[in-house]
Design a protein around this ligand. Structure first.
Ligand SMILES: Nc1ncnc2c1ncn2[C@@H]1O[C@H](COP(=O)(O)OP(=O)(O)OP(=O)(O)O)[C@@H](O)[C@H]1O
Ligand SMILES: [Mg+2]
Length: 270
């Protein structure tokens, strides 16, 4: 039997990475689409406050974005837009320098703004900016599931470790999913996961969860050009089954019962 979720029925999943450009948004879009295909209602929060681009990948044209909510111009509810893929979007701000460095207090305000959407969605996906800014760490703390995406590039491995280190040592978080992306095959994904898990075990005394990996596919660029998730563009491709497997494995995980001590998305709702 699954334990009762802390934060109402909405599962909250945060996608982060140390290094930029490793595939967080591509993963978020396809995970959201895969979860929607399972009949669940999904809200996608583009939490990249500086260079938001989920609108492009999901093919939606949003007039409002989270920046307008923060400025008090509109309510969060007013800026939610529907995509053609069963995923609703809260767009992030792009090209607004002041928003690129949102601090802890403003992040907490954003998280609390989601409480107004009480129980409307089965799943919330939070697609973060790269790195270890305080907004990213706040959003990671505020979600039940923390997914760190990385590739086999040395700089991605080093930066993913740096992010995990901050979360474990400074934020006392554990329970991370490490998701290798752009792998040549499943074996490479497993090896990448195992080497990160070993380092994290040895130096941080923490462990990582493996839910699968995502293969490298040159069609991903086309899916961005066409504003169509890979799941729709090439539903029988290996990468599409990778995304579906990760989505299934994520939803099969038991809901969190221990608060992280920080403000949570949808906290306290019944
Ligand atoms: N599995 C994949 N196979 C091939 N190319 C990929 C894959 N995943 C992502 N890419 C490519 O990598 C680039 C970066 O992807 P994406 O924007 O999803 O990364 P990101 O981590 O969200 O970046 P940022 O840190 O800027 O937010 C894009 O050009 C995308 O097409
Ligand atoms: Mg991104």
């Amino acid at each position: 039997m699954q334990s009762k979720a802390l934060n109402s029925g909405t599962r909250t999943i945060c996608i982060a990475s140390g290094k930029g450009g490793v595939g967080k948004t591509t993963l978020s879009i396809n995970l959201a689409t895969a979860i929607a295909e399972q009949g669940k209602s999904v809200l996608y929060f583009d939490a990249d406050m500086g260079l938001a681009n989920a609108q492009i990948g999901l093919g939606v044209d949003s007039v409002g974005n989270i920046g307008h909510v923060m400025n008090g111009l509109v309510r969060l509810d007013d800026i939610i837009v529907k995509s053609s893929f069963g995923v609703d979007l809260v767009a992030g701000a792009s090209g607004v320098e002041a928003l690129a460095s949102v601090g802890r207090v403003e992040s907490a305000r954003i998280i609390q703004a989601f409480s107004g959407l009480s129980n409307r969605y089965d799943v919330l996906i939070v697609d973060c900016a790269a790195g270890i800014s305080s907004s990213v760490l706040s959003f990671l703390q505020a979600c039940e599931e923390r997914v760190v995406v990385g590739t086999a590039e040395l700089s991605s491995i080093a930066d993913a470790y740096a992010l995990l280190k901050v979360m474990v040592n400074d934020y006392r978080l554990d329970d991370f999913i490490y998701l290798p992306n752009q792998v040549d095959n499943e074996q490479q994904g497993v090896r990448l996961f195992e080497s990160m898990d070993n380092v994290v075990g040895n130096f941080l005394n923490a462990s990582l969860h493996y839910l699968g990996s995502v293969s490298k596919d040159p069609m991903v660029n086309l899916s961005w050009q066409k504003s169509t998730p890979m799941l729709r563009l090439a539903p029988s491709a290996v990468i599409a089954s990778n995304f579906r497997q990760v989505a299934k494995a994520l939803l099969a995980r038991p809901a969190a019962t221990q608060p992280s001590g920080a403000v949570q998305f949808f906290m306290g709702q019944t």
